[in-house]
Design a protein around this ligand. Structure first.
Ligand SMILES: CC(C)(COP(=O)(O)OP(=O)(O)OC[C@H]1O[C@@H](n2cnc3c(N)ncnc32)[C@H](O)[C@@H]1OP(=O)(O)O)[C@@H](O)C(=O)NCCC(=O)NCCS
Length: 179
């Protein structure tokens, strides 16, 4: 069984090892660059200082090992919106339903605990696996930011998707079921 819990300092080394993987970075908006462990520690400390508008959770195994990271960022308490980011660290853990489980758990938290109204995300146009997972949960395509991301020497379109509270609740009646 997998679960979400808030990111902890002990997860940072594992996350740093994922970020060295070109294979993973290819699917993320963030550019590939070398990140040493001191920068990663500072990133974590910065998160602790900004917990009021960001929630970072590790996706963990039963043994409490972090295998992914999911974040609600830019939480806006007036428009009641936030942005979702997710990564499963290693390819061997992808395609097993873990990402879909984690997104549903985080959306449950966003809509039922935090009373948010809208969650949006950006996805690289060629990231078909992520788009499929988002669509199945009920995210809707909103538009394209043309050539907004530079990856491996090329400009790539970024697609914007979003889901509203009512849409999520009507599409995911059983969303609290664990894998
Ligand atoms: C995107 C991500 C979170 C999805 O989580 P996951 O656990 O791998 O995905 P799931 O197994 O829950 O669901 C993936 C769906 O896409 C399908 N899929 C897999 N590969 C696919 C492909 N190449 N094209 C289209 N669909 C694909 C799967 O069959 C599954 O659909 P199904 O449930 O109908 O069978 C995860 O793969 C990941 O972190 N990838 C690397 C980083 C990333 O892309 N982050 C998102 C940035 S926007």
């Amino acid at each position: 069984m997998y679960k979400l819990r808030e990111l902890e300092k002990k997860d940072i080394k594992e996350i740093n090892s994922w970020r060295q993987s070109g294979e993973l970075i290819e699917f993320l908006e963030a550019p590939y660059r070398y990140i040493n462990i001191d920068v990663e520690d500072e990133w974590y400390e910065n998160y602790l200082r900004n917990r009021n508008n960001t929630i970072r959770c590790a996706i963990t195994t039963e043994e409490d090992k972090a295998i992914g990271l999911i974040t609600l960022a830019d939480i806006n308490n007036i428009s009641r919106s936030a942005e979702l980011h997710i990564m499963i660290g290693k390819e061997e853990n992808c395609g097993k339903g873990i990402g879909s489980f984690a997104i549903k758990e985080m959306l449950n938290h966003a809509f039922l605990d935090l009373n948010l109204h809208r969650v949006e995300l950006q996805v690289l146009e060629y990231n078909d696996r992520a788009k499929k997972a988002y669509q199945k949960i009920g995210f809707k395509y909103e538009g394209t930011r043309r050539e907004a991301c530079f990856k491996k020497g090329k400009y790539i379109n970024l697609e914007i998707m979003s889901i509203l509270k009512d849409e999520f609740l009507s599409c995911n009646v059983d969303s609290s079921i664990n894998l």
